[in-house]
Design a protein around this ligand. Structure first.
Ligand code: ZN
Length: 72
């Protein structure tokens, strides 16, 4: 699947990443239709915050459809 990923200071890339799947009983997989990028995402983008690995998928505050659930 395609995702926006953090690539380094002020660099966001459109990258192919593995399609998520249920691994643990409490997991839920959501097919995201909309995602927000807010100030929390801008801190690592501007390197005001460390600890975000290159290749990390950016954005949060998702809206989407549940497509798969774990056993719990
Ligand atoms: Zn936020």
């Amino acid at each position: 699947m395609l995702a926006l990923t953090f690539s380094g200071r002020q660099q966001i890339s459109l990258s192919r990443v593995p399609t998520p799947k249920v691994v643990h009983p409490g997991d839920v997989v959501v097919e995201v239709t909309l995602a927000g990028i807010c100030g929390s995402d801008l801190h690592p983008f501007h390197e005001r915050e460390n600890g975000i690995a290159k290749g990390c998928i950016t954005g949060h505050e998702f809206v989407g459809h549940v497509v798969s659930v774990g056993s719990q």
